[in-house]
Design a protein around this ligand. Structure first.
Ligand code: NCD
Length: 653
């Protein structure tokens, strides 16, 4: 029996299936494909393009026709009922009754997935907003493999707009899977998004080099780049910024590396709201003259604008037109695989824990361009549940667009109680999830609007009071000032939310006691506004802050596993190379999973993993006083009733 098999993300295909498609593509090369002329006879493919396309649409249509199938096409959906306001859901329902497969390109992230849910026939994503472009990746991998023989151990430099480029996102996941080393060279403000990096870490075991605070200093001082070293020794990636021309930058960066390919991309102008300025990486004639690049091929998904000089066109290393030509055999292979081949008989290998809120109100995807935010009438937020994220936090990853959010509050639908979420609640939350009794809230307001009540506070111990917190902040401020030797460019980067409050307090303390103005900014790790921001106005508006060549101190309330600091570091390094990085925390709990050692600590509190430590600060809590409290957690297995368990553990908000 045939199954409906969609291709929305490159991850919908297993490695084995990708190999199988490549073997089929070999049979579809011009000199061999005559034998395939009737393979899809009688089948109809619909192409629905809400965004401009030359290669993707035409190569899909040529592929279908070469296989004996036929095509119905909406090359510009402005000339369809979409212009009259038809939802993508209705369009998908209708078109899937006319065709055997649909190829969709849309400007919203996640639109292809949403349409796949309403279509009875396979849907192929031909590019959805900034999210993914899996069929381009199949062409890219196939080209690279043909050119280099095999993929494993190659080093590919991806250049340009790594933030908005959907071809880049699908490509890096695939490169990681096939053991390719990735070096990233982003234009200013267009670095690889944090959700992509964390997916690479979590799923493909890429990792930042473990750092202690002392190592940090030397890593920053000695190199322009941070190495992402995976547990598999074959993968490697560097983060850097481009502010000179590409070749010069690479030479200064990593002398010993051999680069097998440059994958150059254009600036995705149509997706950029505010251009941060700065030079865009481009490849020119100088590249051709450099001996060390004599075997480096140049790829580009096209169209190019001015990031790739026509001088490279005639050189044997410029393989981008070949890459575009492979679009036909690869897409022929894909169509056969999905419609009559083994893809039509086997479901996708992907397994996820999916979470949809059982309540009327629940978490929203932080990405404003996500289809769950743009077409709310036919989509419902849906997330992959990722049990332990940075700092042991519970993370939800949007099923449609992959953007992440940190769970702040959880509720139990049966007892109608809620509390703040942290790592110590892990088992309980997973139990509620399994039973369909987990409610996730973005805010207390959301929970209370649904008549949830807070869990009552149980036994808790205060371990720091107002006075002690004040003294700790004074001491930390004094040491930071002393170590900074009066450097005027010092920046305090507080991790949002409480770290940012502490950073502001430390800055105020340094100004009061030492008469020196210090800049305090915030690092946002989750949400739609990731990056480093200066809070510009009283109304909370923010603007990006540069850390280039500045001494910076990361500030947070509690350090535990160290993963949050690691995420903050990767955001800092992506934003520019600081002169030094130090770390200040109010509380050090121990239990580090990443070897990061803070330089300034208010108080060491050796606590058990079952305990919850909470810093309450008057700026963010309803409590009017500052304090640090510790709760004891009783093992989940000891309580039958989750409410009783939470009450007895005192997991109050
Ligand atoms: C790409 C796309 O649409 O994302 N084009 C393509 O399919 N080859 C790249 C781009 O538009 O820059």
């Amino acid at each position: 029996m045939n199954v409906k098999r969609d291709l929305i993300s490159i991850e919908d295909l297993s490695d084995r299936e990708i190999e199988e498609i490549f073997a089929l593509a070999d049979e579809m090369l011009p000199e061999r494909r005559a034998a395939k002329a009737g393979v899809l006879a009688g089948k109809i493919m619909a192409t629905l393009f809400y965004e401009a396309s030359t290669r993707t649409r035409l190569s899909f249509e040529a592929s279908m026709q070469r296989l004996g199938g036929s095509v119905i096409s909406c090359p510009d959906m402005k000339n369809s009922s979409a212009a009259k306001g038809e939802t993508i859901a209705d369009t998908a329902r209708v078109v899937s009754s006319y065709a055997d497969v649909m190829v969709v390109r849309h400007y919203w992230d996640g639109a292809a997935q949403a349409m796949a849910e309403f279509a009875d026939v396979p849907v192929i994503n031909a590019g959805d907003g900034s999210h993914e472009h899996p069929t381009q990746t199949l062409c890219d991998l196939y080209t690279l493999k043909k050119e280099k023989g095999s993929l494993k151990g190659l080093t590919v430099v991806i250049c340009g707009d790594l933030k908005h480029g959907r071809t880049i996102h699908s490509l890096v996941y695939a490169l990681a899977r096939f053991g390719v080393n990735v070096v990233t060279l982003a234009a200013n403000g267009m670095e690889l998004p944090q959700y992509v990096i964390e997916k690479l870490e979590r799923e493909y075991r890429y990792d930042l080099t473990p750092v202690s605070s002392n190592d940090l200093q030397s890593a920053v001082a000695e190199t322009d780049a941070i190495y992402l070293t995976p547990n598999h020794p074959h993968q490697l990636a560097l983060f850097t910024q481009v502010d000179r021309d590409l070749q010069g930058r690479i030479e200064g960066m990593a002398q010993g590396l051999k680069f097998d390919a440059f994958y150059v991309t254009r600036k995705q102008k149509e997706r950029i709201k505010k251009d941060a300025g700065g030079q865009y990486p481009s490849l020119g004639e100088k590249f051709l003259k450099e001996r060390r690049f004599k075997d480096t091929v140049v790829m580009h998904p096209l169209p190019r604008v001015d990031e790739l000089s026509p001088a490279i066109d005639k050189d044997r290393r410029g393989i981008y037109f070949k890459q575009a030509a492979y679009g036909v055999p690869v897409r022929m292979a894909l169509l056969q695989f999905l419609l009559t081949g083994s893809g039509a008989r086997a479901r996708s290998h992907r397994r996820m824990l999916l979470y949809r809120s059982p309540e009327r109100l629940g978490p929203e995807c932080p990405n404003l361009n996500c289809v769950t935010r743009t077409e709310i009438q036919s989509t419902q937020p849906c997330f992959e549940l990722l049990p332990a994220g940075p700092g042991g936090a519970l993370i939800l990853r949007c099923f449609y667009c992959n953007h992440q959010l940190k769970v702040e509050f959880v509720g139990h639908t049966v007892s109608r109680r809620y509390c703040a979420c942290d790592a110590s609640l892990g088992e309980t939350v997973m139990e509620w999830f399994t039973r369909g009794e987990l409610a996730v809230f973005d805010s207390i307001k959301q929970a209370e609007e649904l008549d949830y009540e807070p869990y009552k506070g149980g036994p808790q111990r205060s371990i720091m009071g107002e006075e002690e917190i004040l003294t700790a902040i004074r001491q930390i401020s004094k040491q930071i000032f002393k170590d900074g030797e009066g450097d005027e460019r010092l920046a305090l980067l507080g991790i949002k939310s409480k770290g940012a409050v502490l950073a502001r307090r430390i800055a105020a303390e340094i100004e009061n006691s030492h008469g020196r103005k210090v800049e305090a900014a915030e690092i946002e790790i989750f949400g739609g506004n990731e990056g480093i921001h200066r809070v510009a106005g009283d109304d909370g508006t923010t603007e990006p802050l540069s850390v280039k060549d500045r001494p910076v101190v990361i500030v947070d309330d509690v350090i535990y596993t160290g993963k949050t600091v690691k995420s903050a570091l990767s955001i800092i390094f992506k934003a520019g190379r600081p002169r030094s990085v130090r770390l200040a925390v109010l509380i050090d709990r121990g239990h580090r999973e990443v070897p990061v050692k803070p330089n300034y600590v208010g108080k060491h509190i050796p606590s058990s993993e079952k305990e919850r430590v909470r810093v309450k600060l008057r700026e963010v809590e309803q409590d009017e006083k500052d304090k640090v409290v510790i709760y004891s957690i009783i093992g989940a297995e000891k309580a039958e009733n989750p409410e009783a368990r939470i009450q007895s553990t005192g997991a109050g908000i």
